[in-house]
Write a protein that binds this ligand. Sequence first.
Ligand SMILES: [Zn+2]
Length: 272
Amino acid sequence: MKTVIHNIFSLLLILHASHAAGQQYRFSDGLYRVPYSNGVTASIASNVWSHSPLGCMDIIAQNCTDCGIVAAAGGWIRAIRDFHNTSCGGSSCCPEFNNFIILEHPNGEWSSYIHLKQNSITNLGHEIDDWVDVGTLLGYEGTVGCSTGQHLHLEVSRPRDRTNAWDNYDGVLRRHGELLNPVICSSGNGMFIEGQTYTAGNCSFNCATSLNLSGNVTNSVQRADNTISSTAVFSADGTGMYRAGTEIVFTPGFAASRGVMFTAQVKTCNQN
Ligand SMILES: [Zn+2]
């Protein structure tokens, strides 16, 4: 018997048994671009599986001096702080001096951009509750707050309560919701891999027309214009996100083991 997802927006399947495995991060529902100005080469210093604390990302721009940080997806600005100019790290970490800008996206997910250069957000005229399109310049990469070098600390979350989605102390989302692994729209594998570089640009990935998937996977993002058909087997504690424009078909053999967090959406490949 086939399980077919058709004409529904989304299926969320969370198979969560109690076990002692490491924490896992569900893929975002929304699509996110590399959050730097077009053409910037962004190096992933850590991703959700390696950042300390887990669930966050550190990204370093490589081929720019004043490196523009842009909205990873369209949203409303819900918080700005950019008056600090103190940098510290390691044992003298001072997160209370973080600069940050935080966006709420229409699908209920939020993103926070931390350590930006002093005054670089307000100098652009940004104000709380302004709407910014994906790719809008938000400010410039810095090393302000708990940071030892130029980089962007990025978090994406789904807050438990949108009226209390972030922490004014340091601008993080992680104490107020579920941290997510953002699906990166311009990348074939759809996720940030530590040690890899990504060229910032628009969300215009050339998706396959249809995909027939099989084999053992742990973490897998797959997008197709029309149909995804899958007999893939997700190993324990894996994560997955399928998105196809017409239908997603789970044929016999598809399996998601203990702890897997898997999402499927019938939605156009690059639509946010
Ligand atoms: Zn960080």
